[in-house]
Write a protein that binds this ligand. Sequence first.
Ligand SMILES: [Zn+2]
Ligand SMILES: [Zn+2]
Length: 346
Amino acid sequence: MRQLTYVGGTRIEWWDVPEPKLQKDGDAIVAPLAVTRCDLDLTIAGGKSGLPGPFALGHETAGRVVDVGAAVRNFVPGDLVIVPFQISCGECASCRRGHTNACTSVPFRSSYGLKPVCGVEYGGALSDLIRVPFADHMLVRQPKGHALSQTAGLADGATDGFSAVANWLKQRPGEEVLVIGGFGQSLSMFAVQAAVSRGARRVVYLDDDPARLAKAKSLGAEVHEAPKGLAMDPIGRFPIVIDAAATDASILLAFRSAEPNGICQRMYGDFNETTPVPLRHMYGVGITFRVSRVNVRADMPECLKHVECGHFHPERVITRRVRFEDAHEAIGDPTIRVAFVRDGVD
Ligand SMILES: [Zn+2]
Ligand SMILES: [Zn+2]
């Protein structure tokens, strides 16, 4: 079968590799039909991730079940599904706690399309087929009347960006949200959408990039253009601050933009070993700081609910749609978000 492979540097190629087979009774085989590009994929494609190739690329997908093991009860071939990018069993203590990003049945950080972070090649979404372990738990049914290219992003970025903000707004309903956008460029947009749709009184988006500012504005944010590199003073004090720019400058700006007892969440990681954290300031102001990877499988149903009822539109963040076959070329496009879609698929 064909597999889009990150070789190294900026080299990305379609490789012929053996098809994945059912390995256990609980496995399923899924054909990815729509894939969206995660912000991390763009970094990988640009040769800036530090992740050594070769490995299979792509980890946000919705597709069709083509085969299931004898123990799979909830799905049959032909079913349309969303495939969370993190592998989780649904049964270990960590999964039962909702920490599906740290399932203890598989190596830590087990994921599609990211072999170097977990040490296991699970395959990538930009392939003809992928194997899904723990299929009854892992797979999420595609809602009727929605496009696969709309839901594919829920496999990672859309759920990540949405749940980060939605979870804080549950604790602090109606509060103002500041999103500092940049490096996690589609995550920033999902965070904006979440804040708007979950009832934030005011949603402010700060960035130094005109295209991203325009997109955030179209999604309902009040936008502020920042000087290059975010070398600036805070534009105000906010109870909830999301740093999706993911630089040292942006996190320091986020801390300074938090009001007393405010919340800062850092979306995504940059690739510095260490980042200065001003604990004295944070103590004085009383900042709660969260930096974490998403628990995709646990958080997806809530997120999907808001897609189904029309409050959350991951497809509006997509700025370029291409044929699946053209993924090798389009994966490095700096545009905000790319969708790779099989012919004849929505
Ligand atoms: Zn991702
Ligand atoms: Zn588990």
